[in-house]
Design a protein around this ligand. Structure first.
Ligand SMILES: NC(=O)c1ccc[n+]([C@@H]2O[C@H](COP(=O)([O-])OP(=O)(O)OC[C@H]3O[C@@H](n4cnc5c(N)ncnc54)[C@H](OP(=O)(O)O)[C@@H]3O)[C@@H](O)[C@H]2O)c1
Length: 213
């Protein structure tokens, strides 16, 4: 499986390492491919390219760019590169202004998530929200007392969600499907909640788990 990961930050690198470990062919996308020469040398089986080349490369595409840039990144290379593909959206709509008493500000509203905007922008892409509500250090092979943590996902396409479900399970997650793209209105703010102990108490080692009766 070819996995095109748009981004060069901590999330992109963490997920790239996870996909490489699983045997996938990975390309990282960035504005400045030469800036990733050290990473490329450390990961000889992976490739580095432009955002456009990476989107075209992926059978599955991962969005791991800054939330405020993701719509522009996608519009620059165009939706055709994502049409019919599973697009894992790990991005969060975080404003530039910084947290207020530990609470991150978002540029979206309670009635419209970033992933809904992306789905409207590219109607033929199969967006699935995933990995957005945990810190990068716990995205692959999370290890917590109490067993596997829960990753909340959503999206409109059932086969895309099934593919992401399999990826998450192989990375060590329990998966809860919250339904269609509108559920991103609820999932994206979980990252605000996840970050509060970090900003207030420098505590970043936790994840969500859904307990059921
Ligand atoms: N950090 C976490 O633990 C975490 C956890 C869950 C979700 N997330 C979400 O995952 C995404 C990636 O987070 P991150 O912490 O790895 O990195 P980040 O600093 O939020 O984003 C870095 C990436 O965004 C791109 N970027 C930044 N400004 C841009 C612009 N103006 N135009 C085009 N591209 C731009 C960078 O491109 P270049 O490669 O060209 O520099 C880089 O690839 C974010 O949406 C974040 O909210 C993060």
């Amino acid at each position: 499986m070819n996995v095109g990961i748009l981004g060069s930050g901590t999330v992109a690198r963490t997920l790239a390492a996870g996909f490489i470990e699983q045997g996938s062919d990975v390309m990282l996308g960035t504005r400045n491919p030469s800036g990733l020469s050290e990473w490329a040398a450390e990961h000889p089986s992976a490739q580095v390219g432009s955002f456009e080349a990476t989107a075209n490369f992926g059978d599955i595409v991962v969005l791991a760019v800054k939330g405020s840039a993701v719509e522009n990144v996608v519009s620059a290379f165009g939706c055709n590169a994502l049409a019919g593909k599973t697009v894992i959206d790990a991005s969060n709509p975080i404003n530039e202004t910084g947290p207020e008493n530990g609470v991150l500000p978002y540029f979206t509203t309670h009635g419209e998530s970033l992933m809904e905007r992306l789905q409207l922008q590219c109607p033929d892409a199969n967006f699935v929200k995933a990995f957005s509500c945990v810190g990068s250090g716990h995205m692959v092979n999370p290890s917590f007392e109490g067993g596997a943590p829960t990753m909340f996902i959503c999206g409109n396409d059932d086969s895309a969600k099934a593919a992401v479900n399999d990826i998450l399970e192989s990375f060590g997650w329990e998966v809860e499907d919250m339904g269609g793209v509108e559920a991103a209105r609820a999932i994206e703010p979980l990252a605000m909640l996840w970050c509060i102990p970090g900003f207030l108490n420098n505590s970043w080692n936790h994840a969500f788990k859904l307990l059921k009766a």
